[in-house]
Design a protein around this ligand. Structure first.
Ligand SMILES: Nc1ncnc2c1ncn2[C@@H]1O[C@H](COP(=O)(O)OP(=O)(O)OP(=O)(O)O)[C@@H](O)[C@H]1O
Length: 254
């Protein structure tokens, strides 16, 4: 079943046709099925972050439609949009975005407080997520006392606190060393396999993308091509590398 559908998404920054305006997205169509694990890749400036922000309701398209579970996201505003995003969507960012004045546990609990969940319900969920992502021992620590990998596992737990249908992740391994990147991608794989949550992530990192089941390549604001995993992760990594070479972007731009 389709969980997300984008139809003819256009995003122009600044006034259309004005000198200095930028067409970041130029008619994007895509659909994501429930439980899919999808990466969006493309050269720097191709529109990846813009696309993710629009699909997740952080930003509005200039034109086009976004449906999440059949509901039209681009027409939601104010409280309705905030509520929808809090209940249905989870977010993971490159720089973790944890609140420094709160402990790991409090950071994970925060989205549940906003949803007015009961104390025992919140406690149960924190323990469940902490055990799933191996952060039980650091629940009472503050973000500045834990490693980047631990911070990102906290951010993934927070994103899952209200049991969202979709997780949007923008460069989730961008600030991590290779060992922590592996741990985070294994965590995200677990989220898809064990919780059946759909994940859409933007990445420059071929290694991270190889954990996904599908990669959508965008170039100059349009969908260029798709690639699906046919066998194991290593073979997919080679496929992605070859595809990026065909795409023609300079390697350090991807
Ligand atoms: N707030 C903004 N105002 C004006 N132009 C913007 C804004 N945000 C992005 N752009 C422009 O839109 C285009 C797409 O940017 P975007 O950040 O989506 O690309 P990206 O593929 O995510 O890039 P990167 O991989 O470097 O993060 C670029 O030309 C960028 O300069």
């Amino acid at each position: 079943m389709k969980i997300l559908e984008a139809k003819n998404i256009v995003k122009v920054y600044g006034k259309a046709n004005d000198e200095g305006s930028t067409t970041a997205l130029n008619g994007i169509n895509l659909s994501v099925s429930e439980g899919e694990f999808v990466a969006i890749m493309g050269p720097s400036g191709s529109g990846k972050t813009t696309l993710l922000n629009i699909l997740s309701g952080i930003d509005k398209p200039t034109s086009g439609e976004i449906f999440i579970e059949g509901q039209k996201l681009n027409e939601m505003t104010g409280d309705a949009l905030a509520r929808f995003r809090r209940r249905k969507l989870g977010f993971v960012f490159q720089d973790f975005n944890l609140l420094e004045s709160l402990t790991v546990k409090e950071n994970i609990i925060l989205p549940m407080i906003l949803e007015k969940k009961s104390g025992p319900e919140m406690e149960k969920k924190v323990q469940e997520l902490a055990s799933l992502f191996d952060i039980e021992a650091i629940l009472n620590k503050y973000p500045y006392h834990i490693s980047g990998g631990q911070q990102q596992r906290t951010a993934v737990s927070r994103a899952l606190a209200n049991e969202p249908q979709i997780i949007f992740a923008d460069e989730p391994t961008g600030n991590l060393d290779s060992k922590s990147s592996t741990v985070i991608m294994e965590c995200l794989k677990k989220v898809v396999q064990e919780l059946s949550t759909t994940i859409l992530l933007v990445t420059h990192d071929v290694f991270a993308a190889s954990y996904c089941e599908k990669v959508i390549f965008i170039r100059d604001g349009s969908v260029h091509s798709h690639l699906e995993k046919k066998s194991d992760r290593k073979a997919f990594l080679d496929d992605i590398m070859n595809h990026l070479a065909l795409l023609g972007g300079r390697q350090h731009d991807i």
